[in-house]
Design a binder for this molecule. Structure first.
Ligand code: GLP
Length: 276
């Protein structure tokens, strides 16, 4: 597992966006070869999306041959509700880039049959050739997507009832009123994300530091579902200084010493353009 420790959440956003840019451009997608990208919502990835839009406007990246699959969506929230993940994705990314709307996949939390909706989503991922890079965020309780503590680590896309911690963490988007947060969501499973060829998790803020400690320094545990990615051959976690508060000094020193190695992951051969 790689852990990239950066000074601030802004640096995390920039680093993550540069990584996505490089991965897509190196893949060289085309009409017969789409890049399949898994995407999260939440406050953490907002800066990365802003940067990707900026790179797109500068002509550094095109999403024409990119297919996206989002991690999750609330059940029963109208698609045009400002807190729906549909609304979030269109406003914070898709409407600003050249992606074909047909290539965007977001679970429909208002589908008549939610189980069928989840099965189709899994089938669509398979039909697209699998996810090349799944970008994720985590909750303070270490959940990835909406895989709450206790979720099976081989779970697939399904309906999930949200934990109290998650309802409270997300109340800030619903007038700070926990009762307004939808109680259920559709979410990809831990197994769905594990199937991706690479997983990148963004973790910022002191309130996520215990979860990062559980993810990195303790064993795989279904009560901290992000810890499952210790067993993924290509996991990269990007965090800020605040999120390292619960890590051992030895761990932080080790990963910080790898900065020169990590820097190479976002700098193109002979190109200064991507220099962090
Ligand atoms: C929600 C989402 C997760 C997201 C998490 C963290 O629970 N389902 O996918 O990672 O929130 O959000 P934030 O980045 O706002 O802390």
């Amino acid at each position: 597992m790689r852990l990239v420790i950066l000074d601030s959440s802004d640096k995390v956003a920039e680093w993550a966006a540069k990584y996505v840019l490089k991965r897509i451009n190196d893949f060289n997608p085309g009409p017969d070869k789409y890049f399949v990208l898994g995407l999260p919502t939440g406050g953490t990835p907002l800066g990365m999306y802003k940067k990707l839009i900026e790179f797109h406007k500068k002509g550094l990246i095109s999403f024409k041959y990119v297919k996206t699959f989002n991690m999750d969506e609330y059940v029963g929230l109208p698609r045009d509700h400002p807190e729906s993940y549909h609304y979030y994705m269109w406003n914070n990314l898709f409407k600003h880039i050249d992606i074909d709307p047909q290539n965007v996949h977001i679970l429909n939390g208002n589908a008549k049959n939610l189980e069928v909706e989840c099965e189709l989503f899994e089938e669509n991922i398979k039909k697209s050739g699998g996810v090349e890079l799944f970008v994720g965020g985590i909750g303070p309780d270490g959940h990835i997507a909406f895989n709450e503590p206790g979720s099976s680590l081989v779970s697939r896309t399904r309906v999930k009832t949200l934990a109290q911690d998650t309802l409270e963490a997300n109340a800030r988007f619903f007038d700070n009123d926990v009762s307004k947060v939808p109680k259920q969501a559709l979410t990809v499973g831990v197994g769905t994300v594990m199937d991706a060829r690479e997983v990148m998790v963004l973790i910022t803020g002191a309130h996520k530091s215990f979860a990062l400690y559980k993810a990195i320094e303790e064993g795989v545990n279904h009560m901290w579902t992000v810890s499952a990615f210790q067993q993924h051959p290509r996991t990269i976690m990007i965090c800020d200084e605040d999120a390292t508060l619960e890590l051992r000094v030895k761990t932080v020193k080790y990963f910080k010493a790898l900065y020169a190695v990590h820097k190479k992951l976002i700098v193109g051969e002979g190109s200064q353009q991507n220099e962090p």
